[in-house]
Design a protein around this ligand. Structure first.
Ligand code: G1P
Ligand code: ZN
Length: 543
């Protein structure tokens, strides 16, 4: 089958971030758009000749067609082999694991994570490197540069590969191995956790609901929870990946996983509830009548990880993204381990994990993970929770009450203002930036500003510096406001305001977050001047 050199040219609007390129599906389907980005990726990583790549996605609309293009292009670019999940399905953490386990040179993940899928929704593609983690900024910069100067892409005219037939086939001199997407991942989980204990928990009548949100974790959850661990059928709901995620928004938070929330707060709620996102790297944890914030979940897992076999020797350290609440810092301090504060985005954890400086890490946006892969991992977090529940025999509510009474409660909430006109959002940030040097010592709605700065991160491993990573305003009364613009929105700008209030008075640990955060929210509205600058009064999404 001859390789074709197809003339192409720079295509506007390609700004891959470190979590790849996310665009409307219609943009990805424009002539030569996907091809341009795939060739730029191959060129940006120094070519794929003789290389082995893992390829899979979250099953969203265009997943299977895009994989066929990638396979034709990998063959035309002389790759040695592609390892592809059956049906084109692989979760992001499963890709990370496969890259590491098979010693592959990298992987291509087709997903726009928690963004909706379908012809009128979003699509995405990202490259993960040989360590299994998101490509570094150096690599994504190279890919971006190539999208601007590219003149040709290479593709074969080979027929589609049957993605459903397990086994190895050849296409134009390249090997394609279609694998069970779940098996290697399930094997890894069994090395980390006490599956016998969790099996006994379910056998004893413990009930759980796992909402796969019509996304990629369905097959993994069916196989691991209902299959290997013996949870009753029906434990996993919405467990078949669908091209448009059942018309839903596969983002595991109280807004988008409302059905699960309603069940967990209703009569006959199961003991434990969880959900995961489009590509399986995020998690939501909810107990009977209690929602666990991702920040509290990270703190709890840090405090109790030693109860699972993989972490029984303790943790080398932990890391959280800057906007994540400081609950985990308090646990780390007591454990006597280092707690690193990194910019938003999983890639910043990679160096710390590779260097053995941290074992667990997490973000407020429902990402939690450990050194077992180089991505956040939704189902892993759920299994660690199950291991802890099985070991302690406590309820989720008891575990969290114990966390709060031991370390204090960090009331926490994120307010998102979506699709704000970009110039207005930028003007608001500029206005705030200009104020920062004079804020310390002033009062905002009765709270005293202790420090105010724009976060910059010096990577302790490679010495690189990342500036402009969000504005932090810390108050003396245990409160904190963080303000930043989203790097993943696809329409206008998304302003994220993160509110936090520490409470150590044991009589005040059970207020609603709205009440506990009312003062700090007002302070945030004053200091950002958000309403005057953007015309917005209320957030679109509160998590
Ligand atoms: C969001 C989250 C961030 C996460 C990223 C990718 O980024 O806030 O924690 O790493 O998605 O899943 P943002 O849109 O805030 O830039
Ligand atoms: Zn995701």
């Amino acid at each position: 089958m001859p390789t074709q050199m197809v003339r192409t040219g720079p295509i506007d609007g390609q700004k891959p971030g470190t979590s790849g390129l996310r665009k409307k599906t219609s943009v990805f389907k424009r002539p030569r758009y996907l091809e341009n980005y795939v060739q730029a990726t191959f060129d940006g990583i120094g070519g794929v000749q003789g290389k082995v790549l893992v390829v899979g996605g979250d099953g969203r609309y265009f997943n299977d067609q895009a994989i066929q293009v990638i396979l034709r292009m990998a063959a035309a670019n002389d790759a040695a082999k592609c390892i592809v999940g059956q049906g084109g399905i692989l979760s992001t953490p499963a890709v990370s694991n496969l890259i590491r386990k098979r010693g592959a040179d990298g992987g291509l993940i087709l997903s726009a994570s928690h963004n909706p899928g379908g012809p009128n929704a979003d699509f995405g593609l990202k490259f993960n490197g040989p360590n299994g983690g998101p490509a570094t900024e150096i690599v994504t910069d190279k890919i971006f540069a190539r999208t601007k100067e590219i003149e040709f892409y290479k593709i074969t005219a080979a027929p589609d590969v049957d993605l459903h037939q397990l086994g190895t086939v050849q296409t134009c001199g390249m090997e394609v191995e279609i694998i069970d997407p779940v098996a290697d991942y399930a094997d890894l989980m069994q090395t980390l956790f006490d599956f016998d204990k969790i099996r006994a928990l379910f056998a004893g009548g413990f009930t759980m609901r796992f909402d796969a949100m019509h996304a990629v974790t369905g097959p993994y959850a069916h196989s691991i929870l209902e299959g290997i661990l013996g949870a009753p059928k029906g434990t996993v709901v919405n467990g078949t990946p669908s091209p448009d995620f059942g018309g839903g928004h596969p983002d595991p938070n109280p807004t988008w996983a409302k059905a699960l929330m309603d069940e967990m707060f209703g009569a006959n709620a199961p003991d434990f509830g969880a959900a995961s996102d489009g590509d399986g790297d995020r998690n939501m944890i909810v107990g009977r009548n209690i929602y666990v914030t991702p920040s509290d979940s990270l703190a709890l897992l840090t405090a109790k990880a030693h109860l699972a076999p993989a972490y029984k020797e303790g943790l080398s350290g932990v890391a959280r993204s800057m906007p994540t609440s400081r609950a985990v810092d308090r646990v780390a301090e007591q454990l006597g381990i280092e707690c690193y504060e990194t910019p938003t985005g999983w890639k910043f954890f990679g160096n710390l994990l590779d260097a053995g400086k941290v074992t667990l890490c997490g973000e407020e946006s429902a990402g939690t993970g450990s050194d077992h892969v180089r991505e956040k991992d939704g189902l892993w977090a759920v299994l660690l929770w199950l291991n802890i529940l099985a070991e302690t025999k406590l309820s989720v509510a008891d575990l969290i009450a114990d966390l709060w009474s031991t370390y204090g409660r960090c009331y926490y909430s994120r307010h998102d203002y979506e699709a704000v006109e970009s110039d207005k959002a930028n003007a608001m940030m500029d206005g705030l930036r200009a104020k920062l040097p004079t804020l310390a010592g002033t009062q905002l709605n009765g709270l005293t500003v202790e420090s105010a700065d724009e976060f910059a991160y010096d990577d302790p491993v490679d010495g690189s510096r990342s500036e402009g990573q969000g504005i932090r305003i810390v108050f003396s009364q245990g409160a904190r406001v963080v303000i930043r613009l989203s790097g993943t929105g696809t329409e206008g700008a998304t302003i994220r305001i993160y509110l936090e209030q520490l409470e150590t008075d044991t009589d005040k640990l059970h207020a609603t977050p709205e009440t506990a955060l009312a003062d700090v929210r007002t302070a945030a509205m004053i200091v950002t001047d958000l309403t005057a600058k953007t015309g917005r009064t209320d957030p679109d999404v509160i998590t």
